[in-house]
Design a binder for this molecule. Sequence first.
Ligand code: H79
Length: 653
Amino acid sequence: MPTQDQRMQWWREARFGMFIHWGLYAIPAGAWRGNTDYGEWIRDSARIPVDVYERFQPQWNPTAFDADAWARLAAAAGMKYLVITSKHHDGFCLFDSAQTTWDVGGTPNPRDLLGELAAACRRHGVVFCTYHSIMDWHHPDYLPRRPWEAATRPADGADFERFERYLHAQVGEVIERYRPGVMWFDGEWESTWNHDRGLRLFELCRRLAPTMLVNNRVDVHRGGMGGFSASSEAVGDFATPEQEIPATGLPGVDWESCMTMNDHWGWNAADPDWKSATTLLRNLVDIASKGGNYLLNIGPRADGSFPPQAVERLQRIAAWMRSNGDAIHGTTASVFDTLPFGRCTVRAGEAASTLYLHVFDWPATGRITLPGLANTVTRAFVLGDPANVLSVAATADGVGIRLPAQPADDIDTVIAVELLGRPVVYRAPVLTADAEQFVHANVVTMAAGEGLEVRYTLDGQQPLAGSPRADGPVRLTATTTVRAAAFHQARRVSEVVSRTFTRVEPLPPCKVLPAAAGLRREQFVVDWTSIPDQHDGGSAATSTVVTGIGFQQNPGEHVAQRYLGFVEVPQDELYRFALRSDDGSKLWIDGELVVDNDGLHGSTEKSGVIALAKGPHALELVWFNRTGGADLGLRWATPGQPFAPLPAAVLKH
Ligand code: H79
């Protein structure tokens, strides 16, 4: 068996891939009965009955499909892999499956599209990969039904285990026929899918193709659209943020952001919202600078041609790639936290390294600075133009580089900076405390990088080589501004960081004293995607008294709960509340919003703080579940203490 590092190597070096959403939904091209905003979800969103949707199958006729042109364009744009839908949620297979006639084999044009594309990819050095949906709106054994068609497509006799065998058989067919480099699952969030099924599917993939990568959507536990797996037992080789770039990457995790080029995955003829080449290229660079991969989608038209807008953008990226591909492929994440002018990618080696500085915003000064860079710079030049050598000077703020008079590329000019050894960057100290506010005292720790010391002041002065050294935590009992910097051999080597910690008065307890134990809980039917500002309890409200927040059994779909009452706090203190839910939830104490965990998402925990005086405080918590899994839990902690569930004794109404 290969090691995980061996398995991941090509993918980590690739950084850039092409996603392709192609299927029968390209025929209506996003339009149905006067609405033009549909995509690959059209059968569900437009509520098209299965027999009506099936009428697209005989219309399948991709006369303009040119596998070689697709693969050539991907390769020229620097895309090292290509992921195409072998099956999307509509269940239609883009390959001729022995398991069904709901596939290209059942159309009048049963061409082996995936076979042609796999061969073309191999010719152009692009790794061929497949996307395969777990959710299936066509197979009679798949459950659950779409809520809107439960009556017309009854689930009588449906057997999900039989569907699972179908899914396994098809994944086996795809692997054996096309040997994809990645199997990219999706549609795993419905109630029928669970960790055991995910594990079985993952193990099937590993057994049939030990070097093939499998994304994390094979399993449940995906942390919302952010895409990382929130459970340590979850299987899958990489995380899959969708339509978003994690603000600071996902350190320690392999990840890939998949994003559309306009606002749809499948072809939508009416969508004018094409992102500019600047946005697309800078997204790629942004993602690479955070250590991730960019999987950029194209929705080909029904005839198999790429939309010209997509081709134009890929050609612009290809033009940049010819000079600058080295700044993407095989690079790793930036060694700087942020850079005012753009981004950084890195090729690190023991003896020598290269930093690639991606200049997005050309500075008026004509100079850029690399804060805290400690290495000796041997050479700096414009990438793709090695004769264009730039002058370099070490200053108090870091290494300064004089830019050429003009940008070499108006989207992203790359400056290559060659260093001795592995990159070393002196960082400003990180100040850590339980919260910015405190009631009695606050403990602040100040951490600097290896080989550096932290010096700090509490009186507003700049820290100097003679200022106190932060050898341990500093305890504050009054509102204070802490200023700190990193020092190396009595020389300041970082910027000064400054944070103010505020002593606050706890909110007084409620005057009306609660009479009874437990919280009042209302449950009602809703159709929310987020918690509305005004909610009146909706329809079908039931009201009970409960001893805690949350539930053992899933309360179902399209439901909300509201908890009302008091929390009796044992002492004057800063309380941190951690609210976990699937989907959204909000917590108010004494009418103040303390935790906002709203929106449609998988189980996610968020926390917030509030200073409370000993005694009862009004508590209101609202939670809802739109579809699928449901979860709700509330914990609390005081400074320095671990989180614990709220004991029943403190909940009153
Ligand atoms: O194939 C494209 C889309 O059709 C598909 N994924 C991309 C790659 C897709 N299907 N659904 N969605 C995207 C949006 C679904 C979002 C949600 Fe959820 C499903 C919200 C609640 C359930 C994501 C999964 C957040 C929580 C669980």
